[in-house]
Design a protein around this ligand. Structure first.
Ligand SMILES: CC(C)(COP(=O)(O)OP(=O)(O)OC[C@H]1O[C@@H](n2cnc3c(N)ncnc32)[C@H](O)[C@@H]1OP(=O)(O)O)[C@@H](O)C(=O)NCCC(=O)NCCS
Length: 203
């Protein structure tokens, strides 16, 4: 049986340059925004929706190839990105590849410096994703589909969090997490399912 935490991490995928539209394929911007709005409970005042919407716009503008035509959209994007960052503390650069129906719950202290985030991922307040050391600025996490990230979690370096994994609140993840695993703690370790099931059986 493979361990839910496996070392060492795989080499980091190449850094994203942000030179093209990396919004999810096969869906127009308006439909994507409608879906993001629905994902955030159809609430106009949900900061997570605005953070994702600005991210989608930042990517969409990269379709405009002549730089001079793109410039006003880029200016607007920079303004909106900074506004979301300052107003709600959600730092989500357009260079992070973001899947569909990503839900950002609450706001404050959220730094999403990941390489990519899959579909149906849930992120919460005070989540940090990013590099492990300043010496290696390309090593960023990859978060697969349907991962649920607890409040205050830090996911650092070129780790992969496998699909359907759950990251406990205030965990520090520095190694890969297997699909479907639940991990927590500092450093994050898998929940001992065998011990837990035994405890449940005997109760
Ligand atoms: C990790 C998590 C998903 C585990 O949930 P669970 O599978 O129901 O696990 P349990 O609650 O049965 O806890 C199992 C054990 O892990 C411990 N534990 C659970 N979460 C923990 C965490 N984040 N950090 C440290 N220990 C934790 C429990 O104390 C328990 O320990 P014990 O076996 O010694 O009694 C959950 O505890 C969690 O952290 N969820 C995050 C949710 C969140 O961020 N909510 C904020 C909403 S605003």
């Amino acid at each position: 049986m493979t361990s839910p935490l496996t070392a060492p991490p795989a080499p980091p995928p190449p850094a994203r340059k942000g030179s093209r539209d990396e919004n999810p394929p096969g869906i127009a911007l308006a439909a994507l925004l409608r879906e993001d709005f629905a994902t955030h409970g159809r609430k106009w005042l949900e900061p997570g929706f605005w953070a994702v919407a600005v991210h989608r716009f930042g990517n969409w503008r990269m379709r405009i190839r002549p730089r001079v035509l793109r410039a006003p959209f880029s200016l607007l994007y920079r303004f909106l990105f900074t506004a979301v960052d300052w107003q709600w503390g959600i730092h989500l650069p357009y260079t992070v590849k973001l899947g569909r129906r990503v839900r950002i719950w609450y706001h404050g202290g959220i730094v999403i410096g990941a390489h990519s985030i899959g579909d149906d991922v849930h992120l919460r307040q005070n989540t940090t994703m990013g590099i492990l050391t300043r010496e290696d600025e390309t090593s960023k996490p990859t978060i697969e589909d349907r991962v649920d990230v607890g409040a205050g979690a830090c996911i650092l370096g070129a780790v992969t969090v496998g699909h359907d994994a759950v990251i406990g609140a205030n965990s520090v993840v520095v190694k890969d997490v297997a699909p479907h695993a639940t991990v927590f703690g500092v450093p994050a370790r898998p929940v001992n399912l065998a011990r837990r099931n035994a405890a449940l059986d005997s109760s």
